[in-house]
Design a protein around this ligand. Structure first.
Ligand code: FES
Length: 460
């Protein structure tokens, strides 16, 4: 299996000059001009200390020259990104009008991307019943589960969101969050689940789930969603962290012809690459793919080793991606390494988007014996709710019509984080709060039970 087309080399002055010359010269001279350009670039790259572009090494992704025909000198000479975007849009519109006049029946206008992202889904604590319509084996330890809502309404979502599955195992319902791997335009909802060694839910889904089975799901929810104004994205995924990234990549590339996406995807070997064939088939000038493999075959031409700090630093330098929006999803050590590198390279925190899931809490016997009063404080206003022993603070608040922030509802995302002002909230374990956050008084309402009258403050 081939993993990823090699990325295109950036265009420089030699390429632009050759492009102008090729447009002015007779068609027969263009191959010679192109060859001259490639030779000149090789010499110039050599003087600048850039790796010889016709070679690639295992340690660094190989680059191929941008085809001469794809270089637009006007675009390259425009000084700002905004001007380039406007010019691209104008050029595309003119081309479309031209095609329309030629009778190609292409609409002369295009749909502009929305300026702001508005969530199309509202998280609800009421689960929906869904049917498993298809099971697809992606790799030896990953399956995709296609789902269809039984209430007849489509399961709509945004790329990057997740569903919380309620999985009945041995008479109990266990909840796990899985990112949607399908794209909104696919017309169906699908999650992809990697089997975890000793993982109760993933083992059950892999061994026992059948097409036609009915599950309950919560969501979709989550904010790991690119806004419509984001046109230059870098997706950094490790293992099953590809699932939201794959959805995002396809959604962004489909909705905006000016969007450019780079995927940096770490795995152990070729056999572990989820969606490998589809990813490679989509690779293009607008979708650069770098596969990082720890234990690849001899045929692998991309970076080798773990997607760790050193490897990512090398790739980030090579690809010139610092001004993009970065979406990171994968094992915690990989995410920590990527974050460190990006921050060290001066990428603002606001352009680093992370999807972290901890092992979710499992519902155990409630730590409280009797109903307790919880006062919810938001922007100086207090609302009191009673939390029964068999309810979490979030559930009791929602049932009372008191809106609290939340997302996964299983202690895995921290979207429901509130601060205890007075009293005590005990949480089902494990959950995603750090010791430092606990020490500061933060609690998760979705897994929290008050042990006595308590006041919590909702961050604004
Ligand atoms: S909603 Fe995700 S941790 Fe509470």
């Amino acid at each position: 299996m081939q993993h990823g087309k090699r990325p295109l080399r950036s265009v420089d002055g030699i390429d632009v000059a050759a492009s102008v010359l090729a447009r002015l010269a007779p068609r027969a001279l263009r191959p010679a001009i192109d060859q001259l350009r490639l030779d000149a670039r090789s010499i110039a790259d050599g003087f600048r200390g850039v790796r010889e572009p016709t070679f690639s090494s295992h340690a660094r992704p190989g680059f191929v020259p941008t085809p001469l025909a794809e270089i637009d000198p006007v675009l390259e000479l425009l000084p700002t990104r905004a001007l380039k975007r406007s010019y691209s849009t104008l050029r595309r519109d003119v081309e479309m009008i031209g095609r329309d006049f030629r009778g190609d029946r292409v609409p002369p206008t295009i749909t502009r991307p929305r300026r702001t992202m508005t969530a199309t889904t509202t998280p609800s604590l009421a689960p929906r019943r869904v049917k498993v319509t298809k099971l697809i084996r992606e790799t030896r330890d990953a399956i995709t589960i296609r789902l269809e809502a039984l209430d007849g309404a489509p399961l709509t979502f945004e790329a990057g969101q997740f569903l919380t599955l309620h999985v009945p195992i041995d008479g109990a319902v266990v909840r796990r969050a899985y990112s949607l791997s399908s794209a909104p335009a696919d017309g169906f909802a699908a999650v992809t689940c990697k089997r975890i060694e000793g993982g109760r839910v993933s083992t059950h889904l892999h061994e026992r789930l059948r097409e036609g089975d009915v599950l309950e799901v919560l969501g979709p929810s989550g904010t790991f969603v690119p806004s419509a104004r984001m046109r230059r994205l870098v997706l950094i995924a490790g293992g099953s962290g590809i699932t939201p990234c794959w959805s995002i990549a396809r959604a962004v590339l489909a909705r905006d012809p000016d969007a450019h996406v780079t995927l940096i995807y770490g795995n152990r070997s070729e056999a572990d690459v989820i969606f490998g064939r589809e990813i490679d088939a989509l690779a293009s000038e607008r979708f650069r793919v770098v596969h990082v493999l720890a234990d690849p075959s001899d045929a692998h031409r991309g970076p080798r080793g773990m997607l760790d700090r050193a490897t990512f630093e090398r790739i980030a330098s090579e690809l010139d991606i610092d001004d993009a929006e970065h979406f990171v999803c994968g094992p915690a050590p990989m995410m920590d390494a990527v974050r460190e590198v990006l921050l060290a390279r001066g990428v603002p925190r606001t352009r680093i988007h992370e999807e972290r899931f901890q092992s979710p809490a499992e519902r155990r016997a409630s730590p409280i014996a009797s109903p307790q009063l919880v006062t919810v404080r938001r922007r100086g206003r207090d609302v009191a709710i009673t939390v029964p022993p068999d309810r979490t603070v979030l559930e009791a608040a929602t049932e009372r019509g008191v809106a609290l922030p939340f997302s996964c509802a299983i202690g895995g995302c921290a979207a429901c984080k509130c601060k205890v002002v007075e009293g005590e909230i005990r949480m089902d374990e494990p959950h995603c709060l750090s010791d430092a956050e606990r020490a500061e008084g933060w609690v998760l309402t979705c897994v929290g039970h008050p042990t006595r009258p308590t006041t919590i403050e909702v961050p604004t």
